[in-house]
Write a protein that binds this ligand. Structure first.
Ligand code: WT7
Length: 635
């Protein structure tokens, strides 16, 4: 029996039982057998969720890029590591072999070093889905710098906040990016952001669109000439197991994003292990995850997990609708993709279109389909299963979070019988618990509650950058001794988990995790706005869309409402990005509040989803009369 590659259900249960009975022994075996270490660990796990402090493989030394690149060179040096599929289908795909990846990462590492980047420094990466994005991530890891990738759809304000929060000294970007038929002026956004970031000393710019851009003297340099001159080898920096690998920002319930900090050894072991099992990856496979490297999905399952297994990983620059709605399937056929991993929102969008867009292509190479980011509804599940998988590809509904680093609950294909809308069973080493409102664990099956995890797994985030107290308050204070996920879940009669959605102030829109607070902060900066509250409501394609309740100041009352709506969405686009725009805006005279002043979002959510049948007891509100008004005007 191999701990590392589970092949049938009986084996899953055996491995799972062992992983829970003796987690240290279990993970030690995985780490021993499947990775290269400069020095082995002194202890496998030290943890205390009350502090919270979590250390995996403490005392070990390694560099993750030696595991993702160097060790493959002698056995698969000429195998494609990264398969780049450009936005424009007429532009040829680029096959970057492991050997070429090694050279490009080493050159990039030398450029970083020559430009003042030292071990432990933070480098913000604001790049589109081009090879330089993955290469620069790996180059940072090679020199021991901490990368923080900011999704290149975020606005200049959001970018500046993140740069300043982690105190980055360098930013990597490009002259622009392609997104379907559009080009985006990325460098312009960086310039705007950097006006507020005095700590950034150096900006390296990759060429992609050839757009004419401003280059700030003494700060900005074109990347390619530096790479051309750079030496093609770079001895990897030797890192401690718990040295930070990256910071990735996620939304929280206050305006400030949370810089989730992930460390080296545990993250590597867990993402590699889950990649291998959840996708049943085999040597000759071509694996494609459609996420952006700017999200955790891209970090763990485009870059680190696949490369640690010596896989071929597709990087797709474009969008599912360009040049038409058949693009995903055209790429699957073209590269004979074997595992395909995408988000429910993309599936729903494509399912709306003519079936010909799928049927036209030969999808027989596919073996496993995956989804991530939000609950998948039954209709989308069946469409995916019937038309993409042609009923022969198991669907892995993978539940996890930026904070968890890797997949925690998912079927193992060909082992775990799937069930539509269920993420099914925990990965080895993952111990879920459902909790009731009084903080008691709910045992047994056919129950639902708040989803917690009782025991550390190797890729759990170790802290929020610069704010350990917030880390503790957010994840370890709601339920004593447990990690609280923020999600609700149910466990069915056989013990399968179904994630039912967030139970906090985070809304998942098209698979993007958005906090209500930062959006409200952005709206409230509009001079005509007094106060606002955002809630989610069900949406056919996005899963959830945003509904904003806005109280105007007296000065705003006379303004044209349609113009105001446009301006509000413009504010949001500037502060956060277009993904956070509101689908509906309702101007209201007040917001329902508790006596302690907390907005009753539960009520606003019901109104937004046009379900006013059972609002519960509103008599305890500070201002119950306002609820009637809001309902009247909403209809
Ligand atoms: C939240 C985390 C993990 C990468 C993408 C999102 C929701 C994620 C599922 C799923 C139901 C899911 C949860 C979670 N979520 N996957 N398979 N079924 N819900 O990462 O931005 O950190 O968001 O996404 O609500 O808490 P993220």
């Amino acid at each position: 029996m191999s701990n590392y590659h589970i092949k049938h259900l009986e084996e899953y249960f055996q491995v799972y039982r062992k992983s829970v009975r003796n987690p240290e022994e279990f993970w030690e075996e995985v780490a021993e057998e499947h990775f290269v270490w400069r020095k082995k660990w002194d202890s496998v796990l030290d943890w205390d969720f009350s502090k919270p402090e979590i250390k995996w493989f403490d005392g070990a030394q390694l560099n993750i890029t030696e595991n993702c690149i160097d060790r493959h060179l002698h056995i698969r040096g000429n195998k494609t590591a990264i398969l780049f599929e450009p936005n424009d289908p007429k532009e040829p795909a680029e096959h970057i072999t492991y050997r070429q990846l090694h050279e490009r990462v080493c050159k990039f590492a030398n450029v970083l070093k020559d430009n003042g980047v030292e071990k432990g420094d933070r480098v913000v990466i604001y790049l589109p889905m081009i090879p330089e994005l993955a290469i620069s991530v790996l180059a940072c890891a090679r020199v021991g710098a901490i990368h923080s990738v900011v999704f290149a759809g975020f606005s200049s304000t959001a970018l500046a906040t993140r740069i300043n929060d982690c105190d980055a000294k360098m930013v990597l970007t490009s002259d622009g990016s392609y997104r379907g038929a559009k080009t985006i002026d990325l460098k312009g956004i960086v310039d705007e952001a950097l006006a507020q970031c005095p700590g950034v000393k150096s900006v390296l710019v990759a060429k992609r669109t050839g757009a004419k851009i401003h280059m700030e003297k003494g700060r900005d340099q074109w990347l390619q000439p530096l790479l051309d001159k750079a030496y093609s080898d770079y001895p990897a920096e030797i890192m401690d197991a718990e040295d930070p690998l990256f910071i990735l920002y996620t939304s929280g319930s206050t305006g400030r994003p949370k810089g989730m900090m992930h460390t080296t050894a545990g993250y590597m072991v867990y993402t590699a292990f889950t990649f291998k099992n959840v996708f049943q990856y085999r040597e000759e496979d071509v694996y494609w995850c459609t996420a952006d490297v700017g999200w955790i999905t891209g970090h763990s399952y485009i870059v680190y997990g696949p490369l640690a297994n010596g896989a071929t990983t597709v990087m797709f620059e474009g969008v599912p609708s360009y040049p038409d709605f058949g693009r995903f399937w055209e790429v699957v056929q073209k590269h004979k993709v074997t595992q395909f991993y995408t988000a429910p929102t993309a599936i729903r969008a494509l399912a709306k279109e003519n079936l010909e867009f799928v049927d036209k292509y030969d999808l027989s190479s596919l073996k496993v389909l995956g989804t991530v980011g939000e609950p998948i509804n039954e209709e989308a599940w069946h469409w995916y299963n019937d038309h993409v998988g042609e009923k022969k590809c198991p669907i892995v509904d993978t539940w996890w979070q930026t904070e968890t680093g890797g997949i925690l609950i998912s079927p193992i294909p060909f082992s775990t019988p799937t069930k539509p809308t269920y993420a099914t069973l925990p990965m080895p080493g993952v111990q879920p618990a459902l909790m009731d409102e009084n903080g008691k664990e709910i045992k047994g099956n056919q129950v639902d509650g708040r989803l917690c995890i009782k025991f550390p797994w190797p890729s759990i985030a170790r802290t929020i950058w610069g704010d350990h107290q917030r880390y503790k308050d957010t994840y370890f204070s709601a339920f004593e001794g447990k990690y609280f996920t923020g999600d609700g879940a149910l466990r069915d009669e056989v013990g399968y988990y179904r994630i039912t959605g967030r139970v906090d102030d985070v809304i998942i829109v098209s698979g993007h995790n958005l906090g209500t607070a930062p959006i409200e902060d952005a709206i409230n900066e509009h001079p005509a706005v007094a106060e606002s509250a955002i809630v989610g409501f069900p949406h056919d394609i996005k899963g959830n869309a945003l509904y904003g309740y806005v109280i105007l100041k007296e000065t705003g009352e006379s303004r044209d409402r349609d113009n105001l709506k446009k301006e509000i969405n413009q504010m949001i686009t500037e502060h956060i990005g277009p993904i956070a725009k509101l689908d509906k805006i309702q101007f209201v005279p007040g917001l329902p509040k508790t006596r302690s002043g907390k907005i009753m979002r539960r009520i606003l959510r019901k109104i937004a989803s046009k379900d006013t049948s059972n609002l519960g007891d509103i008599s305890t509100l500070l201002n119950p009369e306002v609820v009637e008004k809001i309902i009247e005007e909403a209809l």
